[in-house]
Ligand binder design. Structure first.
Ligand SMILES: [Zn+2]
Length: 108
């Protein structure tokens, strides 16, 4: 099962269930509220087939999970990198000091 990525807040509060099929119209039974939100009793849409599309709102920001085409963004599709890599530190090549001693920049 994959995480559902909210288009509004980029949060991941639901995961897809075995019923999830990216090719068909998204319905509530395709999603399950993840832990710890379930334990925290976050109010969310009923996980039932009669709730669909715009009713499938993010419990955090209220933006529907499906876009206008009915597509739901999941981690299975997004293939987000597991961990954001820290920017590679650029190693500065030591400056060549050929003749630096003799050639001093004169500021005048
Ligand atoms: Zn959201």
């Amino acid at each position: 099962m994959a995480d559902v990525i909210c288009r509004g807040c980029r949060g991941r509060f639901h995961e897809t269930t075995a019923a999830f099929d990216p090719e068909v119209v998204a319905t509530g039974n395709m999603f399950a509220l993840k832990e710890p939100y379930r334990t925290w009793r976050w109010s969310s849409f009923p996980e039932r087939p009669e709730h669909k599309l715009a009713a499938l709102e993010c419990p955090q920001c209220g933006v529907p999970y499906p876009d206008v085409a009915g597509k739901v963004l999941t981690t299975a599709e997004a293939k987000a990198p597991a961990e954001p890599k820290p920017p590679a530190k650029k190693k500065r090549a030591p400056r060549k000091t050929t003749g630096a001693k003799t050639k001093q920049a004169s500021r005048s």
